[in-house]
Design a protein around this ligand. Structure first.
Ligand SMILES: [Mg+2]
Length: 125
């Protein structure tokens, strides 16, 4: 069985490292990283992942617009599970993320690894 590809899109280095660290603890994934929305779109076009974590506040192309564009992409874009990374105390971000096409969300900071595990179980067949 080939390793599942997970794309982590997060411009804050600390947050990105924390999530990648948690993912590596959970399983042997092929982890791709991007720091802004356009980079994420380029990666998805070249190397379609099985699941992605998407920060919403990103430079160049924000997470909401990135999700909208992914849903319009050819190939597996419309079916790619997208889990938004939302900041605490930003009320309304979750609803906006879901309406932009994200499937689910996790609130940062990710202190509990079990929430990551739960989302993987739900979205990675
Ligand atoms: Mg950010």
């Amino acid at each position: 069985m080939s390793r599942k590809k997970i794309l982590v899109v997060e411009d804050n280095e600390d947050n990105r490292l924390i999530l990648v660290y948690r993912l590596r603890k959970i399983g042997d994934f092929d982890i791709l990283e991007a720091t802004h929305g356009q980079e994420a779109l380029d990666i998805i076009a070249a190397t379609p992942p099985d699941l992605m974590f998407l920060d919403l506040k990103l430079p160049i192309l924000d997470g909401w617009e990135t999700a909208r564009r992914i849903r319009k992409m050819e190939g597996n874009g419309p079916r790619l599970p997208i889990i938004a990374l939302t900041a605490q105390a930003m009320a309304g971000d979750e609803e906006k993320a879901l309406s932009a096409g994200c499937d689910d969300y996790i609130t940062k900071p990710i202190v509990d690894a079990s929430i990551v595990k739960e989302k993987l179980r739900k979205f990675l067949p």
